[in-house]
Design a protein around this ligand. Structure first.
Ligand code: ZN
Length: 446
């Protein structure tokens, strides 16, 4: 392979954790041209090179950025900590009261806070299931803090969300315009998806309509599926089957679908999801907090289903922190199966990076390899809470914290340098969001 003589960005002297082969390189560098990894390897093996910019990170971990394959930043930030100790449907009802009073500037600020939190926690790409009104504010925010995102347009037409039925069908009718405006925008970092909300909030007509639009434009579908007992009861009462079986009977499931949660699946559901190639976004912290059940990880992995890790929104997880998610995921499933060998540390890291990227239909991120998009992070593992580090993957999964992320690079751009979000006054942003959030709470829940 012939290398360019000069690179745009070099990250040097780190301990590379690649999520590819070889899995780790003890002292190596990643050389970036434009938005892609152009060369990488052990420092002793790389030929002489120069770079416009060098981040020298001796002793630190260089790894793919985390991929958060199911979240809701703009709306959910505004509910964080406001509605604790309740069940899912009560939680959704409070969320809805707030949503009716949203304004674009508050949503832009909430989006920026979510993006800043993720960038500082090493999340470089995310799969947003979002609401109609937050489209413009969130796209604006992504221009300011440039993460990689798939924005799933949220649709519903029945139950709690019946009032957005007309909007949903209207938006679906002109979805070609939305695709033209946003799909591939922001230098290719932005993608568009369809997000029918759930089985209990979308009728058969809406599911079929979303499916047709998705297939017409070659887009992915990102929904919630089998999230708790109430959904199971609703679908059984109305359609006499499980949520998975009902959607499969409509013909709307396939490999283009990311199903978040799946915390209550039967053996038949698992077979059906595997046969159809549906991908799962697993949100263990949110599921446990809202008592939505435990996704049957062992059976799902044995069935060969692609599973990625995700935080869900910051109202049901309270942080956008994939370190917390990895640790909780591993210990939850080990204990539930009484099997300490389930989800070894390397596999756990893959679920949060490479596999999460596949779960949200991104093929070119999630690993450190030549030719991949340059989405990567640098993590300091030289800390009292990680010492003495016999195994870097073990430190990352069980001991590291979001605050240990030092640099975050997305699409070849340094978005966080030395724990500072580039170009953003974070303390001022937090002050402004807090005052607007308190006003929103007071006018919504009075
Ligand atoms: Zn969700």
């Amino acid at each position: 392979m012939s290398l360019p003589s000069n690179f745009d960005l070099a990250i040097t002297g780190g301990h590379l954790v690649t999520m590819a082969e070889p899995a780790e390189i003890e002292q190596g560098s990643v050389l970036i041209s434009g938005n892609r990894i152009a060369a990488m390897g052990a420092d002793t093996d790389l030929p002489d090179w120069t770079a416009d910019r060098v981040l020298h990170v001796p002793g630190m971990v260089v790894m793919p950025g985390f991929v958060n394959c199911h979240t809701h930043i703009a709306s959910n930030i505004l509910l964080r900590g406001l509605n604790e100790d309740v069940q899912l449907f009560e939680w959704l009802s409070t969320m809805w009261k707030l949503k009716r009073n949203f304004d674009p500037e508050t949503l832009r600020l909430a989006s920026l806070v979510g993006l800043a939190e993720m960038a500082l926690a090493g999340i470089t790409a995310f799969n947003e299931h979002f609401d109609a009104y937050s489209v413009t504010p969130e796209v604006t925010a992504l221009g300011e803090i440039p993460l990689r995102a798939t924005l799933g347009y949220g649709f519903a037409d029945v139950g709690l969300y019946a009032s957005i039925a007309d909007w949903s069908y209207g938006a679906l009718a002109r979805f070609g315009d939305i695709v033209d405006a946003h799909h591939g925008a922001l230098d290719g970092r932005l993608r568009v998806a369809l997000s029918p909300h759930a089985t209990y909030s979308c009728t058969e007509r809406l599911w079929r309509c979303c499916d047709e639009v998705a297939r017409t434009h070659g887009l992915s579908v990102h929904t919630h599926l089998s999230e708790g007992e109430q959904e199971l009861r609703f679908v059984d009462d109305h359609y006499g089957q499980s949520p998975t079986a009902w959607l499969a009977s409509l013909g709307v499931l396939g490999s283009h679908v990311t199903a978040a949660h799946c915390s209550m699946l039967t053996a038949a559901d698992i077979r059906q999801l595997a046969d159809l190639g549906v991908r799962i976004a697993h949100c263990p912290v949110s599921n446990a907090k809202l008592c939505s059940g435990t996704m049957p990880m062992k059976a799902v992995l044995e069935a060969g289903i692609t599973v990625g890790l995700a935080t869900d929104g910051p109202a049901s997880h309270n942080t956008l922190d994939m370190f917390q998610e990895m640790k909780f995921c591993a210990i939850t499933h080990k204990n539930a199966n009484l099997d300490p060998e389930l989800l070894p540390v390397g596999r756990m890291l893959a679920l949060a990076t490479r596999d999460a990227a596949r779960a949200m239909h991104l093929e070119e991120v999630g690993t450190l390899a030549v030719g991949q998009l340059a989405d990567l992070i640098v993590v300091d593992v030289d800390k009292p809470h990680t010492a003495p580090v016999y195994s870097v993957p073990a430190a990352l999964v069980y001991s590291s914290r979001a605050d240990d992320v030092v640099h975050t690079v997305v699409d070849g751009r340094v978005v966080v340098e030395n724990r500072s979000v580039q170009g953003v006054d974070v303390p001022a942003l937090l002050r402004e969001l807090r005052s607007r959030a308190l006003a929103l709470r007071d006018r919504s829940l009075a």
